[in-house]
Design a protein around this ligand. Sequence first.
Ligand code: FAD
Length: 382
Amino acid sequence: MADFSLSAEQESLRDLARKFARTEMAPHAAECDRTPRFPEEIYRKAFDLGLMNLNVPVDYGGSGLGVFEACLIVEELAHACGGMTTSVIANCLALEPILLGGTPEQKDRFLKPFCAEYNLASFCLTEPSGGSDAGSLKTRARREGDHYILDGEKCFITNAPHASLYTVFATIDPALKTKGITAFVVPRSAVGLSTGKDEEKMGHRASSTSTVRFEGVSVPVADRLGEEGAGFSMAMRTLDQTRTPIGALATGIAQAALDHAAAYSLKRQSFGKPISEHQAIQIKLANMAQSVHAARLLTWHAAWTIDRGAKGTLESSIAKCFASDAALHVADEAIQTFGGYGYMKEYPVEKLLRDAKLTQIYEGANEIQRTVIARELLRQYA
Ligand SMILES: Cc1cc2nc3c(=O)[nH]c(=O)nc-3n(C[C@H](O)[C@H](O)[C@H](O)COP(=O)(O)OP(=O)(O)OC[C@H]3O[C@@H](n4cnc5c(N)ncnc54)[C@H](O)[C@@H]3O)c2cc1C
């Protein structure tokens, strides 16, 4: 029988994340959005509670959680602040290539010291010339003896200005397209590595985003992940793992929007009664609740599929795409429920719309998710 109940351990993880989100994150969400501010003290507390390196096995100092448990945590964090959540979970994205492609020696060498204390890592795939077509990336890796020399630029990289470690995708020969892409681990201290200014963003303003430049950066062959040419598949397999938590992040934003809208509708009066008694508002809330519920169940199903050992490409793309579209729509409807106040920064719902928008773009834009869904679907009919 299918079972949607949570184990005692899962419930306690969710409660821990909920308490942290509501007591440590939510009170600072509006200020960090407005300023904007990167609240490193909150990220340090998340690390101390084991809410950061969720996917790293306990042996390497992480929390050793499955995708399902990660999704429970991420939804709770995102209910308080989407931007902070993006920064808290960026390590999962950046460290996954090491988990997938690293040798036992590399995992020991990179992950143990990294996870032993608060550290941030960044996943460097997207370039100014394009993110969706990752197979055409231009950052070069030229082999010189027992080193590679990296030259190029990455953009929109989460946590880059604060990171101590970067997983970097570069090509040994652009003519080889995806077969030339190779993954490397590069420390912040590498000579020739620099980060750009913090991007001024529409949402997720508590998160930090910048370019990363590589100018003649020397990387030992020992810090290459997998073989030459294995990087593209490593990046895609990484995103297969991390896309589902973006569905959870979007679900958390959508749930927050529904919570705010429902509570407001009970208090706000029009025509002599609470607006919750107008059928138009009830229908709005009912549709929002359906979207949130469906987003959560699709996310849980994708996470469950991956935790059972399947790739889950179809399921994770469906979950991420549906939940992010739902988050944008539910946040929009929450603003409508608030009327004019919804449009004011003094109230929490306009931030939710701005934060929801990013979930349709990063970790594979939804146009690409739909391409993937159609490809996986049609394969079943061919
Ligand atoms: C705040 C933020 C944080 C990010 N963090 C990271 C990070 O940590 N690491 C990282 O590597 N990247 C990161 N990204 C980059 C993100 O993953 C890319 O922005 C995304 O993949 C889209 O790439 P692009 O912006 O170059 O858009 P483009 O690839 O230029 O696409 C533009 C538009 O065309 C559409 N499109 C492109 N190709 C097709 C196609 N074949 N069919 C249909 N439609 C298509 C896209 O869906 C999109 O709507 C981040 C982005 C943002 C905004």
